[in-house]
Design a protein around this ligand. Structure first.
Ligand code: SF4
Length: 233
């Protein structure tokens, strides 16, 4: 069984497959509590329905699209994710897994065509009043897991809210042996924090020049431009 918060088809809004028609499978449940989480219904107040893998596969295939994006929450917490990915691969689906890269399933790495890694910076940590500060801070950075997940074709996406976030991301990437302007740097995406078009446009201005200097990609949140900050898009 997998707890699912939502399942819908739309266009991928972020990263190297932006614009690709895809089925989105959003699992519920997360081991982190980002202060700015844009899907709190999968983390702070998780909701969803337990679905069997067979039932999920049937619904995914009924959309008749080639791409499926398994996202969350934290999809690598879902106990049946390996089975789900194996069946989807057998069915010829292109699988993207979107993860914060802090956990590995008990059954090992699931099969995917693209691992979209989104490590969480210090600024994601909630304050102590939430009761999550220490747990989040302790869990959010797992370089060992990032390196394991990088065995699959991947992209690394950082949510950037300030120049100090950018400094932290560059330093973190150096620890992962990813240097600015290198070949690997082309798979690094900097995404402005925000859920309104005006804020994203403002932040994209300075991030765009940072990306040019560092050899990274600016990660637009196209789905917010296309559909607004709306569930199921
Ligand atoms: S890792 Fe993702 S789902 Fe979990 S709290 Fe952070 S933004 Fe929300």
């Amino acid at each position: 069984m997998v707890q699912i918060a939502e399942l819908y088809s739309s266009l991928q809004g972020e990263g190297r497959l932006a614009g690709t028609p895809s089925v989105f499978v959003r699992t519920s449940g997360c081991n982190l509590r980002c202060t700015w989480c844009d899907t709190p219904f999968t983390s702070w107040k998780p909701t969803g329905t337990n679905r069997t893998v067979g039932d999920l596969v049937e619904e995914i295939l009924s959309h008749r699209l080639k791409h499926v994006v398994i996202t969350g929450g934290e999809p690598l917490l879902a106990s049946d994710i390996n089975v789900l990915c194996n069946i989807l691969q057998h069915e010829g689906q292109h699988i993207t897994i979107e993860t914060a890269a802090t956990v590995i399933p008990d059954k090992g790495l699931p099969t995917a065509n693209l691992m979209s890694l989104s490590p969480k910076l210090r600024s994601s940590t909630p304050n102590s009043e939430t009761g999550w500060e220490q747990r989040h801070e302790k869990r959010r950075r797992r370089d060992d897991i990032i390196q394991l997940l990088r065995a699959t074709p991947n992209q690394i996406k950082f949510v950037i809210d300030s120049p100090s976030d950018l400094d932290e991301a560059v330093s973190w990437l150096a620890d992962l042996d990813i240097q600015p302007q290198s070949r690997e740097a082309r798979h690094v995406y900097l995404m402005p924090q925000g859920v309104t078009q005006s804020r994203l446009q403002k932040e994209a201005l300075w991030l765009d020049s940072a990306c040019k200097n560092l050899g990274f990609q600016l990660c637009q949140r196209h789905h917010i431009t296309w559909f607004g900050n709306t569930r199921g898009t």
